[in-house]
Write a protein that binds this ligand. Sequence first.
Ligand code: FAD
Length: 400
Amino acid sequence: MASIAQQDISPVLFEDTSVAFASQSDSKLRKTYWLFAMMNQAWLVNLGTFFIKLALELRLPVKNLIRNTIFEQFCGGETITDCEKTISALAQSGIGTILDYSVEGEDSEESFEATTAEILRTIDKAAVSEHIPFTVFKVTGIGSTELLEKVQQKAELTTSEQEAFERIRSRVNSLCSRACNKGVRIFIDAEESWIQDVIDKLAYEMMGKYNRQQPIVYNTFQLYRHETLGQLKNAYLTARDKGYYLGAKLVRGAYIEKERVRARENQYCDPVHKNKAATDNDFNASVDFCLEHIEHIAVCLGTHNEFSSLCCASKMKKRGIAQNDQRVWFAQLQGMSDNISFNMAKAGYNVAKYVPYGPIDAVMPYLFRRAQENKSIAGQSSREYLLVKSEIKRRGISTM
Ligand SMILES: Cc1cc2nc3c(=O)[nH]c(=O)nc-3n(C[C@H](O)[C@H](O)[C@H](O)COP(=O)(O)OP(=O)(O)OC[C@H]3O[C@@H](n4cnc5c(N)ncnc54)[C@H](O)[C@@H]3O)c2cc1C
């Protein structure tokens, strides 16, 4: 991996855990330590996931336990009002909040309408809060995954399916149009490859409508896919030719296992890079491309990768892009990589955190993913666990 010359970057010290955990009292830090220590045990995560799923199905009283542990660590609360505390705590360190209504697995027109209404409320909230720089939604939160898949396959749709797809498009439009009217930037999250083409198409349709004056709508580019870097370049050319700004959220991609399994089962070419190094290369090359074309592209790096964050900081400096230039943002998830968020914000970069919220049952799939991500892999402790452990050591406090 290429190294970055120290003089090329503004001073960002990710190992400075005193900044990352400054807002946590000793007792809160101990709680965080135990949570990550438990999640670091792969067998405990697997067993815990199994029992929590079962307990929720059997309606056993486990919600308080979840609320006081994993939910408190990774979510802002059950409602927008609950998230106020997190919004102001992050704002005190110069970090913005991205309210992420994280309800998953609902599959009825009624729930799609309810989710759309809730996301509209997050846009309204962002419009009146200087601490909420972006809003976000997933297309599968407001429309049927099965239908999106059929549309991507260009399968023949029944009349009612055609109508249902028009309703998805109209919901996407109502969110982007409200965002544009209120001057609030909005991310469209990326999902599985078998529905992503449809999501991309909707995203570009919205950009063509709402990104004429300034970047409002951002599509998400998953750089773990072979074809994404090329697609980013084409998206830029199209945006430039058609006269709108390209909004690009760059991520590595969250569905690697699902993608590989499906490609294997259905015997098609795996859309994901063969190894992590190839994903890293494309991610860093995309950052480079966006900065090179910053006149036309607004970019947000959704990453917990220290090297990519530093690399971007270094390239910004080389290109004379100010740290607080509104066209470049860094984003992490609430409860993770605080060493990046707090240290980058302290150094003057634009930083925001996704703060998921929603009823406990409905955000469980999100929480299970976070627990899986924080397991130790091949005997290596998780990044978050090591960070909190090092802060405990720095403070010289016991873990009990
Ligand atoms: C603010 C924010 C928004 C996000 N939004 C989305 C979104 O809309 N859609 C989405 O899919 N994800 C999203 N993610 C998740 C993201 O895609 C990554 O899964 C996650 O951030 C971990 O990647 P990383 O860049 O932080 O760092 P790292 O920990 O350095 O990278 C881990 C990632 O590398 C890739 N990888 C790992 N092993 C391999 C391998 N063997 N071969 C190829 N690639 C490999 C995978 O993508 C894996 O997630 C978001 C993340 C953040 C922080």
